[in-house]
Design a protein around this ligand. Sequence first.
Ligand SMILES: C[S@@+](CC[C@H](N)C(=O)[O-])C[C@H]1O[C@@H](n2cnc3c(N)ncnc32)[C@H](O)[C@@H]1O
Length: 245
Amino acid sequence: MDMFTYHDVLAHLGVGGAHPGGLALTKELLKDLPIKQTSHILDAGCGTGQTAAFLAKTYGCQVTALDQHPLMVERARERFAREKVTIQLVEGDMENSTLAKESFDFIIAESVTVFTNVTKTAREYIRLLRIGGMLLDLEMTAGVAFSADEVGDFQELYGLREIPIAEDWRSIFRNAGFHSVEIVKEHTVAHLLEGQSLQKDAFELQELNPLEPLDPSLYQIWDKHQRLTERFSNQLKYVVYKAEK
Ligand SMILES: C[S@@+](CC[C@H](N)C(=O)[O-])C[C@H]1O[C@@H](n2cnc3c(N)ncnc32)[C@H](O)[C@@H]1O
């Protein structure tokens, strides 16, 4: 059993934009959302807060950022102070938050929901959104259903319970109460790796801010992550779902 979790690694390395495509993809996706200065947006599982800070600076709207990892929250707090943005920052569980119901126009989740109990989190998104509110969620998605053994490898490394195929993700959102669920973008990990062959990683590591000294076992987990990513590069996809309440 590893001493650290995968999310500890991301937090210790201080990865900003810890989702495939990074901030560049985030910017592209946000362009299609009707965000106004009066909008209230939740960055669900905000990590180091890169997207939340970008939202506040770009739209001047009200932003709330939530993450359950204390070090991520600390790093997000530092970023918001450094970038001089006012953002409500909450340490909490996205499956069951203390945020007020029907208080958000948009929820952005970037590689977060898959690490949670997806059914509970999808219901929580519905509870938090106003009628007509929108969820934009970029999630790890199985290209074809994985065997129990294969899912086991992902469970061990990421602590996740399942990797749904796209149709299952759509059902999860629909069953939670979303009335339209669209796929706005999808790509295989192989495609992502191709574009980033020098880095050999599915992440666009444009921002790193490591805590020194780094415990060597963190590298081992990072290495496992890279090997698993490469092994499943043709079967694993990242899909962006847009769903409306
Ligand atoms: C892969 S990182 C992505 C972080 C950020 N969205 C980004 O793109 O940089 C996943 C994040 O989800 C957070 N997370 C995982 N499970 C969570 C839960 N149940 N509630 C809140 N946050 C959670 C982790 O702590 C981590 O910061």
